[in-house]
Design a protein around this ligand. Structure first.
Ligand code: SF4
Length: 179
């Protein structure tokens, strides 16, 4: 049976993606694995918002609870402007690994809902990793539902993050200056 694993970056972004996968008839589960979210309190807020959102529902959330500040920084220092490539690769590779180990046949990511992410790069990395693991990378352009998902998240009173995840994006958000 085909079963899809959706890497999930946070609760708000998951709302529309989950709705869409259900509409399309997928059997799926979610995976929390985000070594790029810092500092720790922010990581916990996003993780727990996601877990609580699906607590009493039919959507299963798998949690790889790794606060990856050290690992993340070791991989991006001195090449900060290329950090998103590492960030996408690390998270999608772990998703593929988890999918393979646990009987899923395909994977995707909620990152595809964000108009701020690099879709072409995500797609390429997803497809390359899928090939390596003998899985399918399901590319769905979820961006049409970005606003709807954000509105629903606000109505539900979910914690809404103010920046992408890493400390560099936090600096960019508040100093309004690209690194
Ligand atoms: S800006 Fe976002 S996608 Fe890029 S490295 Fe930071 S957390 Fe990852």
């Amino acid at each position: 049976m085909n079963k899809l694993l959706m890497h999930t970056c946070c609760g708000p972004c998951s709302i529309y993606c989950v709705k869409k996968l259900k509409e399309l008839g997928y059997e799926f589960e979610l995976l929390w694995y985000n070594i790029n979210i810092h500092p720790y309190i922010e990581y916990v807020m996003r993780r727990d918002t996601l877990i609580n959102l699906y607590k009493d529902t039919d959507v299963h959330v798998n949690v790889l609870d790794v606060y990856g500040l050290v690992e993340y920084l070791r991989n991006v220092v001195n090449k900060e402007s290329e950090r998103c490539e590492y960030c996408y690769t690390a998270r999608l590779r772990k998703t593929a690994e988890y999918a393979k180990k646990n009987g899923f046949t395909s994977f995707t990511t909620t990152l595809l809902i964000s108009p701020y992410q690099n879709h072409e790069l995500l797609k390429k990395i997803g497809q390359d990793i899928a090939k390596e693991y003998g899985l399918e990378f399901v590319y769905i352009d979820f961006r049409e539902g970005f606003k709807e998902g954000q509105i629903t998240a606000r109505e539900l009173g979910l914690y809404m993050q103010k920046y992408c995840g890493c400390i560099y994006s936090e600096q960019e958000r508040y100093l309004k200056k690209k690194i």
